[in-house]
Design a protein around this ligand. Structure first.
Ligand SMILES: Nc1nc2c(ncn2[C@@H]2O[C@H](COP(=O)(O)OP(=O)(O)OP(=O)(O)O)[C@@H](O)[C@H]2O)c(=O)[nH]1
Ligand SMILES: [Mg+2]
Length: 326
């Protein structure tokens, strides 16, 4: 446990507003979400106030450009903002065209903006668990808004979006996007649809297509998501988008849906962190790192290898061994 002392020191600094401690903890959680278990007790009763806004959509739709533009106008309202990009090709990692980098630079000198990208290497529950952990850290630090960017392809990214309080799906006028969005399950999770690159032909058509598809789908029985047309690189429509984001958040708070939503997120985190805990115990005994089980597990593995016992029966024995661990 001694190597966990350090994160606990860092969390105290983080709660004191130390941004370097925040960065260090994010790095730790990114490489091992289990670290969170040692800092959660210190964070008890802290946080729960950040509005976590997920921004997803196809590659190149303008998610990072939008995050940057949103961050600027959120700052204009006096609020602080963190941008967390779960995306290796993001401009936040330096892979951008010059214009994006220049726009980003204006944020780097602002202590009210924190920008961080995390890699999507590692699999399934791993990314959503570490992302949940990192948003919890950003929340505990006290950011008013956390913008969470992922490319909207695949289940992992949809899972990441479940962490958000409000989900924005960004699409562009190119044909096929609205159909792709439906396929990827984005229709169901969107609170707001944004048609970006409205300087291109077909934007109005795309707005109508999405509105039509939303009316036909039965995934939003009560409130149909709004569909807004913006031009992120020029900032057009972005103030109106922030108004809509804030409106949805305050409506939710008013009718208590937000509290329910936050509870659901905690339960989801309970499941994934429990899985991680069990997984680490399993790895420990399978890798021969527990003296009380080593000889039995070594024999069991040999028996499975040679086909003397089937893997399902062997797994039951392993589960019993895990149960009896200290
Ligand atoms: N014409 C036009 N280009 C835009 C607009 N918004 C963003 N772009 C450009 O679109 C390109 C992609 O923008 P990004 O913000 O990197 O898109 P992204 O969705 O974050 O991309 P990935 O993270 O790689 O999936 C960049 O060259 C932007 O400058 C817009 O409203 N109009
Ligand atoms: Mg990006």
């Amino acid at each position: 446990m001694s190597n966990y002392d350090k994160p606990q020191e860092q969390i105290i600094r983080l709660l004191d507003g130390n941004m370097r401690a925040l960065s260090k903890l994010i790095t730790l959680v990114e490489s091992d979400p289990q670290i969170l278990a040692s800092v959660y007790p210190v964070m008890k009763d802290v946080g729960g106030n950040s509005h976590i806004v997920g921004i997803t959509g196809p590659p190149g739709a303008g998610k990072s450009t939008l995050s940057s533009a949103l961050a600027s106008i959120i700052r204009d309202t006096g609020r602080t903002v963190a941008i967390l990009a779960c995306d290796p090709s993001s401009p936040f990692t330096g892979g951008s065209v010059l214009g994006d980098r220049v726009r980003m630079q204006s944020h780097y000198t602002d202590p009210g903006v924190f920008i961080r990208s995390i890699s999507s290497r590692g699999s399934g529950g791993g990314l959503s668990t570490s992302t949940y952990g990192i948003t919890t850290l950003l929340d505990a630090f006290g950011f008013d808004v956390v913008l969470l960017e992922t490319v909207g392809v695949g289940q992992t990214e949809l899972d990441v979006m479940k962490i958000s309080d409000t989900v924005i799906v960004v699409i562009v006028p190119e044909s096929g996007d609205s159909i792709q969005a439906m396929k990827a399950g984005l229709m169901e999770i969107a609170d707001i649809f944004v048609v970006n690159k409205s300087d291109r032909v077909g934007a109005d058509r795309m707005v109508k297509d999405v509105e039509g598809a939303l009316r036909l789908s039965d995934s939003h029985a009560v409130n149909l998501p709004s569909v807004l047309k913006i031009r992120a690189d020029a900032g057009d429509g972005v103030p109106e988008l922030l108004l809509e984001i804030d409106r949805i958040y305050s409506d939710r708070g008013y009718c208590d849906r937000l509290a329910v939503h936050k509870s659901t997120k905690r339960l989801e985190a309970l499941r994934t962190t429990t899985l991680l805990e069990i997984e680490s115990k399993l790895d420990m005994i399978l890798d021969g790192e527990n003296s009380s089980t080593n000889s039995e597990v070594a024999k069991l593995k040999k028996d499975v290898e040679l086909g003397r016992i089937d893997p399902i029966s062997a797994s039951r024995i392993l589960v019993d061994l895990i149960k009896n661990l200290e």
